[in-house]
Design a protein around this ligand. Structure first.
Ligand code: ATP
Ligand code: ZN
Length: 494
């Protein structure tokens, strides 16, 4: 059995954190199994396409929970998986494997697809300042663990083999449905005839599927050659790395049924204590509809970051609560941009003044900073209420700006303000990644300089000073800037 072993932070673990537990249907006090330590599992991406902003909402939401728990003194082991097998195109145990379908389309090996989109996902998460997981297990790397769990379920009479596939017997497990509150009779059947014939009950779900001849991803098993069902990987890998009765399981609201319901049944019917708290994020919408690949109304993170500062994207996401819908629109972006700038300008002014600040104390400002820190922490203790936490940072900014506009401010108060921004906005909300504002500033400077350089080159050419114009262009080429002459005038790129 493994238990979280992340180092404890210096702060005494805060006993007053409350979170909304989907299983109990209410806000409850969070008490980890091992004092001071938290084991947390998040359902990760199925790596068959670039991630969109909806995926970012989920990743940022749970990254903030992790960061907040760390801030409040807990050692967090954060496990999130990579689904690289078994996720079929249709939830009812049918359709082609999503990776295999993509492999056919792109003429790649399924594992090439997995790696391509795994790295694409990592790049996006790095840009959004999502911390790397403590453990990032892949489903294809844990086939023996999944087979072992399926064998336990068969032994206990909760699963059965049928024609080379293995199904979970939902009628043998009365608790099935406890997370989503669905009664068995209400659950959709919707399975094709051939698959239905293999099942004792149409609502049984696949733990292992027989591989048809054209199926590329296949492994030996006690039931013949096949591949695991999608749900079993999360039960097997969370238990392996976090142990019995681990603390928090997270995921998107849309995963509650069938995926999370199945995860619970698989683990508990096999005799394992499963996650003790369940947290679900709501959806990112566009025009009131869930952003999703199948609807085609999505913007990939990569596309978005071509034009937007990743920290503004993150700021937009933390601006709404993880259990609320986030509506994505141009106006929401504009207001995130303005809000983020307001915070960073105040922070940068505080840091600019610090080296030459007088030693004088300003107890009034220090008191206000402390009050805003308290507001921020109270908001985060209350089910990780990021919009209230952001409001506390704005309150801080109003007071800091008033003091800065009023003249000199002493070092202790400036340091307190800086620490509040850096530790709360920076470490907890993950904003102010060092490089982002600097990259932004740099980009603005480079744009302005390039405009001047291109004007100078135009002037040389107008005055027929071709040697000078060419020399300018050669110098740019040497530093990796290409200039193209188009109908609309010269364009440059790096
Ligand atoms: N718009 C969204 N807002 C918040 N979370 C989302 C959103 N879309 C997807 N997710 C989360 O990411 C997980 C993986 O999503 P998935 O790959 O199914 O994306 P999708 O765009 O919904 O695809 P599809 O439309 O094909 O179902 C979802 O289960 C959900 O938890
Ligand atoms: Zn899962």
């Amino acid at each position: 059995m493994t238990h979280p072993t992340a180092p404890l932070s210096a702060r005494t673990p805060d006993p007053d954190i409350h979170l909304y537990d989907t299983l109990r249907g209410e806000k409850v006090r969070f008490v980890p199994t091992t004092p001071g330590r938290v084991g947390m599992y998040l359902c990760g991406p199925t790596v068959y396409s670039d991630a969109h902003l909806g995926h970012a909402k989920k990743e940022v939401a749970f990254d903030v929970v992790r960061r907040a728990l760390t801030h409040f003194g807990y050692g967090v082991r954060y496990v999130t998986n990579v689904t690289d097998v078994g996720h079929l195109q249709n939830d009812a145990d049918e359709g082609e494997d999503k990776l295999q379908a993509r492999a056919r389309l792109e003429q790649l090996e399924p594992m090439e697809v997995a790696d391509k989109y795994f790295w694409s996902f990592q790049r996006d998460m790095d840009a959004l300042n999502v911390l790397k997981p403590s453990i990032n297990p892949r489903a294809t790397g844990h086939i023996p663990e999944q087979i072992a769990l399926i064998e336990e379920l068969i032994e206990r009479g909760h699963a059965y083999e049928s024609n080379g596939s293995v199904y979970f017997d939902v009628r043998s497990w009365p608790e099935y449905g406890k997370l989503s509150g669905r009664k068995l009779d209400e659950q959709a059947e919707g399975t094709r005839e051939a698959v239905r014939e293999e099942k004792r009950d149409p609502r049984d779900f696949a733990l292992w599927k027989r591989a048809e001849p054209g199926h590329l991803m296949r492994w030996d098993s006690p039931w013949g050659v096949g591949f695991p069902g999608w749900h079993i990987e999360c039960s097997a890998m969370s238990l392996k790395y976090l142990g019995e009765g681990f603390d928090i399981h997270g995921g998107g609201l849309d995963l509650q049924f069938p995926h999370h319901e199945a995860e619970i049944a698989q683990a508990e019917a096999a005799g394992h204590a499963f996650a003790r708290y369940w947290m679900h994020n709501n959806m990112l919408t566009i025009g009131g509809e869930k952003m999703s690949k199948s609807k085609g109304n999505f913007t990939t993170i990569r596309e978005l970051l071509e034009h937007h500062d990743p920290m503004v994207v993150r700021f937009l996401l933390v601006g709404s609560h993880y259990r609320s819908v986030t509506e994505f629109s141009e106006e929401a972006f504009q207001s995130a941009r303005n809000g983020y700038r307001r915070l960073t300008e105040a922070l940068h002014e505080v840091e600019r003044r610090l080296p030459n600040a007088p030693e004088r104390d300003d107890p009034a400002l220090r008191g206000k900073v402390a009050a805003h820190v308290e507001e921020f922490e109270q908001a985060m203790r209350d089910d990780f209420n990021t919009p209230r936490a952001v409001a506390a940072l704005f309150g801080l900014t109003t007071d800091v700006n008033a003091a800065l506009n009023g003249g000199e401010v002493g070092r202790p108060a400036l340091e307190a303000a800086r620490d509040a921004y850096r530790q709360l906005g920076g470490d907890v909300l993950g904003l102010f990644a060092q490089s982002a504002p600097e990259r932004q500033d740099d980009a603005e400077v480079v744009d302005a300089l390039m405009e001047l350089v291109l004007k100078a080159r135009q002037n040389y050419r107008l005055q027929k000073q071709y040697a000078e114009a060419d020399q300018l262009r050669d110098t740019l080429t040497r530093v990796g800037v290409t200039v193209e002459d188009t109908k609309e005038g010269p364009r440059w790129r790096r």
